[in-house]
Write a protein that binds this ligand. Structure first.
Ligand code: KG4
Ligand code: ZN
Length: 344
């Protein structure tokens, strides 16, 4: 049995996990920093880095104890090396380097997006390449073709905001609090998705890219004009996002008729209305729909450890001295989306 200890610290979750090559997650701990950031209505990078630094060492100790293994039993260390908030990434990567140095075990600097991309295979051994991945979170909004380990084609990205970011900003406008996604979803339950006419940016265009800035501004204008209830605004906004995601994913599916499945991951995949509409799209095209369990969909360390297992199994050696990278596109060949302002 091979054991990998994974570390994730690229945003506001501090996480450590120990994963075996037979897909068992032996132990896993995750600490959200939501409370620290709530007064600011968003993630404060400086606070995040400090919290990671305080928590990682005791958390790794606790995870080893939970798993009942000694540090010497670990075969490799895996730490997120980017993309993400650079302070937090550096804290996690340096901690991983220290563990690797102390134990003489290899260190994998893992691309956080690769962690998301391969996470469905941690729970579904039958999932075959190539598959389509719609990654929708607070920091990412991309459609990728996962062709193999280390082989990713980015078909689409956002030209401005990520979908989760738009949820958070709209929640703010409606006074629903942080984090916004779950709050908007709750409010939307009591609203009419057709009540407020809102744009569906980029739908119908040939390239499957995303844009949410115009939609967000349209919600702001509607709030300023008045006359609509918060539930109606939330429901109409949520439906507009769902329509954009479905339309863009449909284009990507048409392009990659060889895909074996449609996989969704990221915090926004927690949204039941959005999930249901994506599932209906996949079913209409007779494509299996895979949505990993929520604990794997949002940021976590098991996916980072698993990506290292995949690399080990594929015979890919780790970089000798991985560096922390704020930006690190999974597909280096992907052209920047038109409209600039492109996120990692
Ligand atoms: O994957 P995640 O935990 O962290 C990263 O951004 O990487 O995603 C968090 C994002 C936030 O923007 C949050 O508002 C959004 O996912 N989110 C949701 C829901 N739950 C979380 N958006 C819509 N509906 C939800 N139920
Ligand atoms: Zn993420």
């Amino acid at each position: 049995m091979t054991l990998v200890l994974g570390i994730e610290s690229s945003c506001d979750e501090t996480a450590v996990a120990i994963v075996a090559d037979d897909r068992r997650v032996l132990a896993e701990r995750i600490a959200s920093q939501m409370e620290a950031h709530r007064p600011f209505g968003g993630v404060v990078p400086e606070l995040a880095a400090r919290a990671h630094a305080e928590r990682l060492q005791p958390m790794a100790r606790a995870v080893l104890d939970d798993a009942g293994v000694a540090l010497a039993d670990i075969d490799a260390i895996a730490a997120t090396a980017g993309p993400g908030l650079i302070g937090g990434v550096m804290v996690g990567l340096v901690f991983g380097k220290a563990l690797a140095y102390a134990t003489g075990k290899p260190l994998f600097g893992i691309n956080h997006l690769e962690g998301h991309a391969l996470s469905p295979r941690l729970v579904d051994p039958a999932l075959r390449f190539p598959y389509l991945l719609l990654l929708v979170s607070g920091g990412h909004c991309q459609i990728l073709t996962v062709e193999g380990i280390g082989r990713y084609r980015r078909m689409a990205t956002t030209i401005d905001d990520a979908a989760g970011e738009a949820f958070d900003k709209v929640a703010n406008m409606l006074g629903l609090g942080f984090p916004g996604g779950p709050a908007v979803e709750r409010a939307a339950l009591a609203g009419d998705p057709r009540a407020v006419p809102l744009p569906r940016p980029l739908t119908g265009s040939d390239e499957p890219h995303f844009s949410f800035a115009g939609l967000k501004t349209a919600v702001l204008r509607a709030v300023e004009r008045g006359g609509h209830s918060a539930p109606d605004l939330a429901a109409s906004f949520q439906q507009a996002v769902a329509d954009c995601l479905v339309d863009r994913t449909r284009i990507a599916m048409r392009r990659r008729a060889d895909a074996t499945a449609l996989v969704v991951a990221g915090g926004v995949a927690a949204n039941k209305a959005i999930r249901a509409q994506l599932q209906a799209l996949a079913m209409a095209h007779a494509l299996p729909f895979v949505a990993p369990p929520m604990r794997l969909c949002t940021d976590n360390a098991a996916m980072i450890a698993w990506a290292a297992h995949e690399r080990l199994a594929a015979g890919l050696a780790p970089d000798a001295d991985p560096q922390a990278r704020p930006r690190w596109p999974l597909d280096p060949l992907a052209e920047a989306a038109r409209g600039a302002g492109v996120k990692a």
